[in-house]
Design a binder for this molecule. Structure first.
Ligand code: NAD
Length: 256
């Protein structure tokens, strides 16, 4: 049976790594992002070459008025949605000390990473419930991409850490509510992954990795996260709703 996945922020970085792995595992894709459709054509073509249907559902997840348009685009094209991957997220524009964070920077990060993601999930979850009533044998899954910053604090990225800690709780609460409906919800928690998000601090992280930040001495790659998401989306880890899958090269393994 055809299975459709919507990935927010799915056209680059970790989202694209997830898109590739889901396509390789047989999922049709709806990619969300803020860029114009014409600017993501090469990415869509690359993914279509893997043999699956790929559409673009443009929209800013921080704007609640965009959510219905994103969902409608998926519904009009595929008539269904099995997997939601909440991947879109931003780091603060300025790495300001916690004592200097401005209300504008606070709102920007929270509106995308938490508020937008929460309300999009709410709308998609309602749609999934409706679909499940009509198609009880289809499977539905929600996967939230958080960060090790959900549990590891940084004083110069306080709001990011707070947004990811809240997203982690959001994942738990949705897991509790959706379990009643037979829909699992998971959190995937990446460590340092080589994408545009960390480009400016790449050298610092590379040095820290060589001096023991992680157990596996390399940066994470988008595909590392994509493979974990694909396993969850396929239902290959069962009886585990609400769990956190940490993909961080061993960064958060407690050690002496
Ligand atoms: P990235 O900046 O390369 O990609 C982020 C994607 O989200 C982009 O496609 C961007 O256009 C999209 N996006 C941003 N704001 C959006 C909005 N308002 N509406 C729709 N799309 C929006 O970053 P990445 O490293 O690929 O990050 C992806 C996710 O992984 C984020 O949630 C991030 O917090 C998380 N993460 C990243 C790392 C890392 O080291 N790179 C580590 C842990 C967690």
């Amino acid at each position: 049976m055809k299975q459709v996945a919507l990935i927010t922020g799915g056209t680059r970085g970790i989202g694209l790594g997830i898109a590739r792995q889901l396509a390789l595992n047989g999922f049709d894709l709806a990619l969300n992002g803020i860029r114009e459709e014409k600017d993501v054509i090469p990415v869509m073509e690359e993914l279509r070459a893997l043999g699956k249907e790929v559409i673009y559902a443009q929209g800013n997840i921080a704007l609640l008025e965009d959510h219905q348009r994103i969902i409608e685009k998926v519904n009009t094209h595929f008539g269904k949605l099995n997997i939601l991957v909440n991947n879109a997220g931003v780091a603060p524009r300025v790495r300001a000390d916690v004592l200097e964070v401005s209300p504008e920077d606070f709102d920007e990060v929270m509106d995308i990473n938490l508020r937008g993601t929460f309300f999009l999930t709410q709308s998609v979850a309602q749609w999934m419930l409706k679909q499940k009533q009509e198609q009880p044998f289809e499977s539905y899954t929600i996967i939230n991409i958080t960060s090790v910053s959900a549990i590891l604090g940084s004083t110069n990225r306080a709001v990011y850490c707070m947004s990811k800690a809240s997203l982690s709780m959001m994942s738990k609460v949705f897991a509790m509510r959706m379990a009643e409906e037979g829909i699992p919800v998971y959190e995937v928690r990446p460590g340092v992954v080589e994408t545009d998000m960390i480009a400016k601090v790449k050298e610092i992280y590379q040095e820290r990795i060589q001096t023991g930040l992680t157990l596996e001495k390399r940066m994470g790659q988008p595909e590392d996260i994509g493979k974990a998401v694909a396993v969850l989306a396929k239902g290959d880890i069962s009886y585990a709703t609400g769990q956190v899958i940490t993909i961080d090269g061993g960064m958060t393994v407690e050690r002496l």
